[in-house]
Design a protein around this ligand. Structure first.
Ligand code: C5P
Length: 229
């Protein structure tokens, strides 16, 4: 099957506290965007790569993608994102080549995601014909609150999974779900479920954590320093 990977990198990343969009912020000497593309270029198979970049600084983002592109055989499209993640994914979907059958959507902010997680998602979607997403068990006890500081209930954490990206989908399913989408969804699998399709969870990897706060950025830098020879 032919596979595309859409990497969404168009967010502002205000919680990180930089004036630059998050994907352009440096993580141990290389932009987060550049590091997030490493596993895509490390894939055995040929894929179509679609990178969704922030409208402001799009020239800089494009330069980063070009500088990172290691393999001439990877077809790479660059498109400008929207004001929400959902709009950015939609912009990426519009750039898919006609032959694509399986689509992975990945957050650039999950910059240390291992290539094995991409491979596992591609394998799961290809084998089952269903959407597949990576998830990890939740280790904290989770409370539901009323929004005013009062605890309403304790949620059974054995039923919970903290989900990551890349999330993988049969192309036709994802396109139809986006065409029908109304409202705001924080991940793509939620749209697929709203459209009535099954979604399979496979085991995620702690390294696929999302860089959101300055603390996350420090953690990523430490992990890269630990891994350096
Ligand atoms: O904001 P958050 O970290 O949850 O965003 C997840 C991913 O979605 C990031 O990689 C971010 O760049 C991307 N995004 C986007 N367009 C937006 C908002 C977020 O591509 N408008």
């Amino acid at each position: 099957v032919s596979v595309a990977v859409i990497v969404v990198a168009a967010g502002s990343g205000t919680r990180l506290g930089y004036s630059l969009p998050k994907a352009l912020v440096s993580l141990a000497q290389r932009p987060i965007l550049s590091r997030s593309l490493d596993p895509v270029f490390a894939l055995e198979r040929e894929v179509q790569l679609v990178v969704v970049v922030p409208r402001q600084h799009s020239a800089l983002a494009e330069q980063i993608v070009r500088d990172t592109a290691g393999r001439a055989s990877t077809s790479c499209s660059i498109v400008v994102g929207g004001v929400s993640r959902q709009e950015s994914v939609a912009a990426g979907l519009a750039a898919l080549e006609p032959s694509i059958e399986v689509v992975l959507v990945h957050d650039a902010a999950r910059a240390l995601t291992p290539v094995a997680q991409f491979e596992a998602i591609i394998a799961a979607v290809t084998e089952t014909g269903l959407a597949a997403i990576p998830g990890l068990p939740v280790s904290d006890t989770i409370k539901r609150t009323d929004g005013f500081g009062r605890v309403v209930a304790t949620v059974d954490r054995s039923e919970l999974s903290a989900v990551q990206t890349p999330q993988g989908f049969p192309r036709a399913q994802l396109e139809a779900a986006y065409a029908a989408a109304s409202g705001d969804f924080t991940d793509d699998a939620a749209l697929i479920q709203t459209a009535g399709h099954d979604v399979t969870i496979i085991s995620g990897d702690p390294l696929a954590f999302k860089i959101t706060t300055p603390w996350d950025l420090r953690r990523a830098e430490q992990l890269l320093a630990d891994a350096a020879p």
